[in-house]
Design a protein around this ligand. Structure first.
Ligand code: ARG
Length: 259
C-alpha cells in the first residue's frame, strides 16, 4: 500500500475524477490508515511503499504491478501522468528480494486489469491495458489469461467491475453491464455461480474489493453486496474510502497483493 500523502485530483483520466472538486488530504490519509490497520488487525502483513510528490494517484498501489507465484510483472501506464509510478514499484520489488521481475513492453496497469483466480488470470481491456499485455502476462506467469472487454467508462479497470472472492475456488463477483455481451457470456460459462452485483453497489465501487477467502473488505456504501456475501459464507467488512473515490478508486485500488 502507498499512503495518499500527495493525493490530489489535478487531472481527469476517468469519469470519477473532477479536478474542480476539492480533496481533503488529512481525511484521505485517515481513511487509508483505517484500511491498513484493518488488514493488520485481520492478521495480514502490510508493506508500505513511499509516496512520491507529483504522483497524486500513487495511492492506487494495485496499479503498480501484478505478482503471481512471486513473479513480478511490472506496470506500464496508459497515461503519462502516472508513468513514473511504474519505476517506483519496480525499485521496491528489486530492493525486497524479488528475483523474477519483468519490465513489460505493453501497457498494463497491474491489478487494475489483472485478477488472479485459482486457475486463471482474468484480464480487462478496453480502456487501459493493451490486449497485447494479456499475451505478455500469460507467457510470464505461465497461467491461462482470459481477456475480458470492458465497455462502460465508469468501470475503466477490471477491478472496478469484478472481484475475486476465493482464489482457491475460482469464486468471483461482478457487474455484468460493465462487460461486452461476449465477455458476459464468457463470465457466465466460467463462473456460473458468481455473485452478480446490482447497479447501485457497482456504482459505489463495491466490486473494488479485497477478499482473503473469508473476509471481504469493500466500500461500505455497497449495501447490496453485504447480504449476498454473508449467504455465501463470507464476512463483509465495510470500509469508508470516500475521499479516494474522488480519484476513481477504493479498497482494491489501494491494495497490491503480494502472491
Ligand atoms: N485515478 C486513478 C486512475 O484513473 C485511479 C486508479 C484506480 N485503481 C484501480 N486499481 N482501479 O488511474
Amino acid at each position: 500500500m502507498c499512503p495518499p500523502a500527495h493525493f490530489k485530483v489535478t487531472y481527469s483520466i476517468n469519469p470519477w475524477m473532477d479536478p474542480a472538486k476539492p480533496v481533503d488530504v488529512p481525511l484521505a490519509l485517515a481513511q487509508w490508515e483505517d484500511l491498513r490497520d484493518r488488514y493488520r488487525s485481520l492478521g495480514h502483513v502490510v508493506e508500505v511503499l513511499d509516496p512520491r510528490p507529483g504522483l497524486p494517484d500513487m495511492v492506487f498501489a494495485a496499479n503498480g504491478a501484478t505478482v503471481v507465484d512471486g513473479r513480478v510483472l511490472g506496470a506500464r501506464f496508459a497515461h503519462q501522468e502516472r508513468e513514473p509510478e511504474a519505476a517506483a514499484h519496480l525499485e521496491w520489488f528489486r530492493a525486497h528480494g524479488y528475483a523474477e521481475v519483468c519490465e513489460p513492453v505493453h501497457v498494463n496497469e497491474g491489478e487494475g486489469d489483472f485478477a488472479v483466480t485459482a486457475s486463471y488470470v482474468l484480464a480487462g481491456r478496453g480502456f487501459r491495458a493493451s490486449p497485447l499485455s494479456h499475451g505478455e502476462a500469460q507467457e510470464f506467469f505461465g497461467r491461462p489469461v482470459i481477456g475480458l472487454d470492458l465497455v462502460d467508462p465508469r468501470f475503466y479497470h477490471l477491478d472496478t467491475a469484478l472481484a475475486v472472492l476465493d482464489d482457491a475456488a475460482d469464486e468471483v463477483m461482478y457487474y455484468p453491464a460493465a462487460f461486452s455481451p461476449g465477455s458476459q457470456e464468457v463470465l457466465r460459462r466460467m463462473f456460473p455461480d458468481a455473485l452478480i452485483a446490482d447497479e447501485a453497489s457497482a456504482m459505489a465501487l463495491g466490486l473494488n474489493a479485497v477478499s482473503d477467502g473469508r473476509r471481504v473488505l469493500l466500500p461500505q456504501a455497497a449495501l447490496g453486496l453485504f447480504e449476498p456475501l454473508r449467504e455465501r459464507g463470507f464476512e463483509p467488512v465495510g470500509m469508508d474510502l470516500g475521499e479516494l473515490l474522488k480519484g476513481g478508486g477504493s479498497v482494491k485500488c489501494c491494495t497490491l497483493e503480494l502472491r
